[in-house]
Each structure stands twice: as structure tokens, then as C-alpha cells.
Design a protein around this ligand. Structure first.
Ligand code: AMP
Length: 120
């Protein structure tokens, strides 16, 4: 799938749509999910144009890969869930219901999250 520049996270990266920046560096941007599923629900997105984790894994440079994943763990600490624990979710493709075709990681925490998968 080709990268679609009109996706909502591309617009956020271009500053066309606002977000509450929690963290930003040359590789990543983090902001709260607009429809939080847990007391802490933060999205971390790479600055590069990657549709999915497969696209990111295949095409990103070693610096981008390292920078992005370092940012994810840094943001988890920043938002206060490093000690209590958190779940990372990266949806990919139709079965996962990935909505936004710009690769991103969800950081979920702030309460006991229960089993891995919810029904339905
Ligand atoms: P996914 O289903 O993994 O693609 O997740 C996309 C996430 O982006 C959903 O949890 C949405 O609530 C979230 N989202 C969509 N638009 C925005 C926005 N403008 N700001 C923050 N989060 C958003």
C-alpha cells in the first residue's frame, strides 16, 4: 500500500491539525489518543512516511528504527507508566482494524489492563 499524505497523522506532523505534544524529537512525535481506551493512552508516531510496522521495518533506516523505539520507551517513562506497567499495541492491516495508515504505537496503561484481547 502506498503512503497516503492525507492521513490524519500526516496532517498532525505537518501542523495542519493540532495535537497536544507530549514528546517530540527528530524521529518521533507523541500525543494523547483522542479516544482514550485507558487512563493513559498515548500514540507515538515516526516522523517518516510509513504505512505500517511492516513498511517501517522494511524501509526505515537503522537510525529511524532505533530513534523511534527509544522514543516509545522514553514516552512510557514520561507519562508515568514505566513502573506500573503498560501495553504496547501496533495495529497492522484489516484484521487489526488499523484506522490510520501511518505507522504508530499505542501506549496503554494507568490501570490493570486485563487480558490481552477484548472480544469483538
Ligand atoms: P489504529 O486503529 O491503530 O489505527 O489507531 C488510530 C488511533 O488514532 C485511534 O485510537 C484514534 O482514536 C486515534 N486518533 C484519530 N485521530 C486522532 C487525532 N486527531 N488525535 C489523536 N488521536 C487520534
Amino acid at each position: 500500500m502506498a503512503y497516503d499524505d492525507s492521513n490524519i497523522f500526516a496532517k498532525i506532523l505537518r501542523g495542519e491539525i493540532p495535537c497536544q505534544k507530549l514528546y517530540e524529537d527528530e524521529f518521533a512525535l507523541a500525543f494523547p489518543d483522542i479516544r482514550p481506551q485507558a487512563p493513559v493512552h498515548v500514540l507515538v508516531i515516526p516522523k517518516g512516511k510509513y504505512v505500517s510496522i511492516a513498511d517501517f521495518g522494511a524501509k526505515a533506516s537503522p537510525e529511524e528504527l532505533t530513534g523511534f523505539w527509544r522514543a516509545v520507551s522514553h514516552v512510557a517513562k514520561l507519562v508515568g507508566v514505566e513502573e506500573s506497567g503498560y501495553r504496547l499495541i501496533c495495529n497492522a492491516g484489516p484484521d487489526s482494524r488499523q484506522e490510520v495508515p501511518h505507522f504508530h504505537a499505542h501506549i496503554l496503561g494507568g490501570r490493570a489492563l486485563g487480558h490481552l484481547l477484548a472480544p469483538g
